[in-house]
Structures are given as C-alpha cells and as structure tokens.
Write a protein that binds this ligand. Structure first.
Ligand code: URA
Length: 237
C-alpha cells in the first residue's frame, strides 16, 4: 500500500507536489472514484486516472500469480495464450513479465514483475534461489530416486544438475526442491529415473510461498514483507 501522491509521482509524470495539487483539484480517480486525500493509501496495482486518462507509467509492480495449466509463461506469443491475459487491462500495459518460466502444463507460483533488476538477480544461476515443487509421477518413487536427486544427476544429454531434494509424500508424490531452473528440469530428472511426471505444481520461489487462498488463475499484489524478502535475496536490504 502506498500514499496516493506517491503512487502518482511514481509514474514519473509529476512531482509529489504536482501530484498533491492534482488530487486536491479532484482530477484523480482510483478504481473509478474521485479521491481527494493525498495521504490515502492504495495498492500499487490500483487503476489510477488523471482527467479520465489511465496513468500507469513506470510504477514497479510485483504480483503473485497462481498459474493455471494451458497458458504460457511469456509476455506475448503468436499462437498461445499467455499468463498476462489473466490480468486486467491496465496491468497488461506496465511492462510486467514472468520472472522465470513454468511449462504450459505446470501450475503454481509465478512472480510477475516489471522490476528487471530484481528478476535478473533472482534468476541468476549464481544465486541458487530454491524452488519447491509438488510432483506426481507415473510409477513408484523410492529411496534410490531420493539418493540420485541428492547426488546431483547427469541427464542423457550430458547436462549436470546440482544436488536436489526429493522428499517422498506417497508412493507417487514428492516435494522436489531445485536450486537452479533448467529447461524441463524436473520432468527430465524424473525421466532419467524412468518415471514420467503427470502433475507439477510450484509451491515456493525463494522466500515466496504460494498463497493457497489464490485459486488457479487468480493473482494478488505482493505484500511489503514479501517484496522486502525478495530484495534481501537481491542483496539490496
Ligand atoms: N521443471 C519442469 O520440468 N517444468 C517446470 O515447469 C518447472 C520445473
């Protein structure tokens, strides 16, 4: 949540003083309603309008999306529907992109942001940000699978994986924690053990945990505490 004058100034189009004047003059609407108090607080995803014109500008935004199956983790795609289509129109125009990719058939936690520096830091192979997935396979998971994941596997194409955790929850379900994010990594690691993945859901991404109150396809703005935790990973706080 941020003060209205600061949200407006954050678009880069007005100073705080100018923003305060626009608010006082009754020229600013939030979610369609005129707001006259510059100190009133709103989420940084709120729809802001000045003289009827939508202003979004350079505001940095951080959203947690519960990605459903069937959408691609991209900002645009010639054939497929992207995760951005789940957002209201005014949030489709502020440069948000998915920080990292989930396969089209993978569900779960996806961070959408327009903070390029933060996304870059979180995805850097040097940072080894943990990601935990719920994995269901065809076949039976055993202790040898846990040991193979822990040892660090080499895939059929020679790709070396860092040690990963595989904690069995039932015969065919496990929590898998990766410290990297290579293409189709979990599917390929399971395939190398002779098991195919039938369901994959990301539960955590670094300090973020999927908010289970979000239905598939739903999103919310990150809290201040969640943003601060991401910044701590970035090394800025
Ligand atoms: N590993 C995969 O195989 N797919 C994903 O979407 C994420 C991790």
């Amino acid at each position: 949540m941020e003060r209205l004058e600061k949200l407006l100034a954050g678009t880069g189009r007005w100073s705080r003083k100018e923003a305060a004047e626009l608010i006082r003059a009754g020229r600013v609407k939030v979610e369609g309603e005129v707001k006259l108090r510059r100190e009133e607080k709103f989420p940084d995803t709120a729809l802001l309008q000045v003289d009827g014109e939508t202003v979004s500008g350079q505001r940095l935004a951080y959203l947690m999306l519960h990605k459903p199956a069937g959408l691609v983790s991209a900002t645009d795609d010639p054939r497929e529907t992207t995760v951005l289509s789940l957002l209201p129109e005014h949030l489709q125009r502020i440069g948000l992109f998915p920080a990292g990719r989930l396969d089209k058939d993978t569900v779960g936690l996806l961070l959408l942001t327009n903070d390029g520096a933060l996304a870059h830091a979180l995805l850097s192979p040097r940072r080894h940000v943990d990601k935990t997935y719920l994995v269901r396979v065809e076949g039976v998971l055993d202790e040898d699978d846990t040991a193979a994941f822990r040892a660090g596997m080499t895939l059929s194409d020679g790709l070396r994986c860092l040690p990963a955790e595989l904690e069995r929850r039932s015969a065919n379900e496990a929590l898998v924690t990766l410290r990297e994010g290579k293409y189709h990594q979990i599917k390929r690691m399971c395939a190398a053990r002779g098991k195919s993945v039938v369901f994959l859901k990301r539960l955590t991404f670094g300090p973020l945990t999927l908010d289970e109150s979000l239905e598939e396809g739903a999103w919310r703005a990150l809290t201040e505490a969640e943003i601060a935790a991401l910044r701590a990973v970035e090394g800025k706080q």
